[in-house]
Design a protein around this ligand. Structure first.
Ligand code: PDD
Length: 279
């Protein structure tokens, strides 16, 4: 296996990040996860644009390779590994400097990427749906930036697993839903698909954007609006959307059945069409 680190391809096993990398020590670091099917990245430009936006917030924008470079990296890695289905994991860090919160002299940002074989959810799993639990929001205030500060997401997913669920959904102190630990959340009510509004409360998903476009094509109304906890629990249908889960029905929430415990027709329709886009 291979990795792309700081401009060169190196064997995966010997690829390494220095101990004083600022991503490692301060989480001064952004990441992207891109679906790669038969060598073809799904909506790569959207991922690159999102990393660039985050990098501007962190002052690391000069470290984000241009789109053409990403395309080259994916093509080169894929030519070496030829996984049928994989994710591209890419990370940009603040680079190496003597350990101080504000380093006197900062090195240039570090960018690395690699392909990992990945099995996306099969239609049979999508037809079944998953269980989710809600958890109080415990992350920072800029969830629109895709940083590697993922400890709250890991802890929330541990809580989910302990309760036999596959995803945790963060709910703010105000009682409104933000997003999943690694996904966006959508509800369906009376034929209308809705997801919480874009902003600093949540990460704007590449998959969610595809969902909104799909809704437009299928003539389904799609709204960005606040979703309260009771709104979520009383929805006709609930689904999550992310690079790794695709469009996945949620059929159980905090132990209660959603929509009778079966994926709803609109979710399944979106999931079906999404899969066609994707493969
Ligand atoms: N997570 N919200 C959060 C908090 C996420 O971590 C993710 C993705 C999304 C969905 O974004 P997208 O559709 O662009 O994948 C929303 C990735 C898959 C991860 O952390 O593994």
């Amino acid at each position: 296996r291979w990795a792309y680190v700081d401009g060169v391809f190196v064997p995966f096993a010997s690829a390494a990040v220095p101990l004083e990398d600022r991503g490692l020590e301060f989480s001064e670091s952004l990441y992207e996860v891109v679906a790669v099917i038969n060598g073809k990245p799904f909506r790569l430009a959207d991922h690159v644009e999102r990393m660039l936006q985050g990098a501007r917030e962190l002052g690391l924008q000069e470290g984000v390779p241009p789109l053409a470079r990403w395309q080259h990296v994916v093509a080169d890695l894929w030519a070496r590994e030829r996984f049928d289905s994989a994710i591209l994991y890419a990370q940009l860090t603040g680079g190496t400097a003597a350990r101080e919160h504000l380093p006197g002299q900062r090195k240039k940002p570090l960018f690395f990427a690699y392909l990992r074989p990945f099995t996306f959810p099969a239609p049979s799993l999508i037809a079944q749906g998953i269980a989710a639990v809600t958890v109080p929001e415990m992350r920072w205030q800029r969830r629109d930036i895709k940083t590697t500060m993922l400890l709250p997401a890991v802890l929330a997913k541990q809580q989910a697993r302990q309760k036999g669920a596959q995803e945790a959904i963060f709910v703010g102190q105000d009682g409104y839903v933000n997003e999943g630990a690694s996904s966006n959340v959508c509800v369906v009510r009376s034929g209308v698909v809705a997801s919480p509004p874009p902003g600093e409360r949540l990460l704007e998903g590449v998959t969610l954007k595809a969902v909104s476009e799909l809704c437009a094509e299928l003539g389904l109304p799609f709204h960005r609006r606040w979703v309260s906890l009771s709104d979520l629990k009383g929805a006709d249908e609930v689904f999550i959307a992310s690079t790794t889960t695709l469009i996945m029905p949620v059929v159980r929430l905090d132990g209660q059945l959603v929509g009778g415990g079966k994926p709803g027709p609109i979710t399944l329709r979106l999931a079906y069409h999404f899969q066609k886009l994707f493969t």
